[in-house]
Design a protein around this ligand. Sequence first.
Ligand code: PLP
Length: 403
Amino acid sequence: MSADRNIARVTATAAVHAGRTATNPTPPIDLSATYYLPGVDAGGESYESLVAGGPPTAEGGLVYQRMWNPTTAGFEKALAELEGLPEAVSFASGMAAITACLLAATATAGAGAGAAGKRHVVALRPIYGGTDGLLTKGTLGTEVTWVQGPADIAPALAARPDTALVVVETPANPTARLLDLDAVAEACGDVPYLVDSTFATPVLQQPARHGATLVVHSATKYLGGHCDVLGGVVATTPEWAARLRDIRVQTGGLLHPIAGYLLHRGLQTLPLRVKRSSETAGTIATWLAAHPAVERVHYPGLPGGDPDGLIGPDKQMLLPGAMLSFEMRGGYDAAATVAENVRLILHAASLGGAESLITHPASLSHRHVAPDARPDAGLLRFSVGLEDAEDLIEDLDSAFAKI
Ligand code: PLP
């Protein structure tokens, strides 16, 4: 897909009103598993449209929740608006969304027919451990070539003309490394590329401005924002959205309507939350970088953290974000001591919640990543929440004192 630099940055106003109408500001939660069918032919025609990845027909109705749900459709419309893409398709989790993208890119038949049966994927490390595992194991019948940076993509594609998709993540989990998406787009040429934009959210980065075909979020994280809902979503073109809906109808990995409601509500405060926690992350990263127990801080907002100059009001990333990681001088033992001795910060999986979360990726999210690509045993990932910076620093300081 060609880049569209005219996509507007997400404003607070857009986030509050996306996917809502003046007469329907609080969308109802529709829990119906099934719907009245006004006629056999009318119902059948709506079914046909839905199975082909399209919307329901006005005459035939919504048919069945696995095919269409107005509450989740409202969230999808809002997210698509914020990403500056025509459509979005939601799923039960981020991994269900990534699975659907891989199936859509490699399917051989139906509305899900992607790249005519090409099964090879080029993917960049580091990437979320779940995605790494899905590609490494080849569970979905794909084959992967792992590369390190945008410059490696073109040679990898030249070596494998059967490549269906390029998969990247920026900022990357767990190191928050940024990738130049314009460079990725150029290297990909005609091969579609997927960006997992979970760490950035549409507030900080809209990959469609840089030619991404599939923009994926683990909605579980910042979009929901309160660690109380699991979901995934893909913003994309109408053609890919039809494929993804077809896959969703076939495989059933749909978002529950209550989750759709919560995610749509979460979008209203997304700019406020992301900007505030990004600011706090800057303060914490600076404090960590000056601490003698810390070997290295990975944060795009620190000096040297953005070597390609990707952060700024007119650049790829509006702000450096609220995810950082840091390596302890004392390696695994020191990292474990910190994770186990924070009291306000929660030692837990996940990220993007109102509460700050700390994780040891090598033993959790990236545990099954190949040893040569696994994060350092002394590395901790920190999702900076909405607490006051001084309270978070005090908590870290007392945990550090236990080393
Ligand atoms: N992508 C990224 C960057 C993630 O961090 C995660 C989960 O941590 C996922 C995808 C998977 O999302 P979910 O847990 O909603 O399946």
